[in-house]
Design a protein around this ligand. Sequence first.
Ligand code: CTP
Length: 404
Amino acid sequence: MLSLSGKRIVIAISGSIAVYKMAFVVRLLIKKGADVRVIMTPASTRFVSPLTFSTLSKYPVFTEVISEEGWNNHVEMGLWADAMVIAPATAKTLGHLAHGICDTLLAAVYLSAKCPVFIAPAMDLDMWAHPATQRNIQKLIGYGNYIVPVGEGELASGLHGAGRLAEPETILSFLEDFFAVRQLMKGKKVLITAGPTYEPIDPVRFIGNRSSGKMGIALAHACAKRGAEVHLVLGPSSLTIDHPLVQVYRVETAGQMHKEALALYSDCDLGIMAAAVADYRPREVADKKMKKSSDQMEITLVKNPDIAADLGRRKMPHQRLIGFALETDQEQQHARGKLEKKNFDAIVLNSLRDKGAGFQYDTNKITILLAQDNKPRVFELKSKAEVAEDILDITNDWWPNESE
Ligand code: CTP
């Protein structure tokens, strides 16, 4: 696989007995054709000398923001890299990175980095299991970093368990997979609608639904991970996404979502209609808060535009469109009907009869129906992130991987 050839990688090392493994990582990266720069925390140089790493990488190794050579430009290094690998990452380093404490060159480069960051922790099993460490890991994942899982086995303390630095080959294949996956949808533009819509009744009330936007946001993450440029039209969800490849357009009503989606789709290769769009809106919107008067009140509703159907009508031969269907009965029949009516290439079916599927959950259970064949693809209950990958895997047939 050529995915690491020519890639600019910053290897950032903190102080652990596992530092010796990084010599193998640097060597393997160089063999794969990567361009490697190494930075070390002062503590890590007590385990392996910087000379080892400068010899292997053929570049000087920096340990301080200000050294004898002068000021080491951490911003420049952070911008130069295609990937930064922090390994071994000690409990202290994880804590500093999670809280933005900038006390080393390593932390300064991390805070300046615009590239994906991979963190491979290494520590004793109790330190690894401590809630403080696990909370820091979750924080770092939340900031968009990738964690290379720790290995299990004998630790430097003599104890057995989880906490070992991943093996050099594992770190390498983690990086290779990342760059290979990033080719899958490179150059593609994707429009995603997500979240609920709110249809105002008066300045304080609205008609809405329980959609959280989680599935659409997971899809936006997954598309960006595959290298696509994502345009996410997001209804009033409490969630958001911060990723350089994802542009978010915030909307409230179905009408606003319709307008944004229509303007964006003509320039996109794929549309994914994950929003729970209100089918109707109040005909009249009061400009002042409505006062309680009679025992009953009636609100006349009028139909909202069907965004997905409109895009389906405008779809050009090179474009694809994926819809969703949330059903309670005769699920596949209803979903197939929607697929045909709205000119989808695929429809993702959720049944409310399945436990853990649908709104608000972190999990989902889906069946995918394709326009091109009659064989439903049935999936197990999975996290929404995994479900997003399953959905995008169907696009592999539409755009065979034009990898490097
Ligand atoms: N959809 C849309 N705009 C609408 C209604 C639905 O874009 N006004 C999209 C949804 O995002 C989903 C698909 O159409 O991808 C199917 O949505 P669903 O609400 O299940 O279908 P409806 O056509 O509204 O049918 P019904 O509510 O009668 O089941």
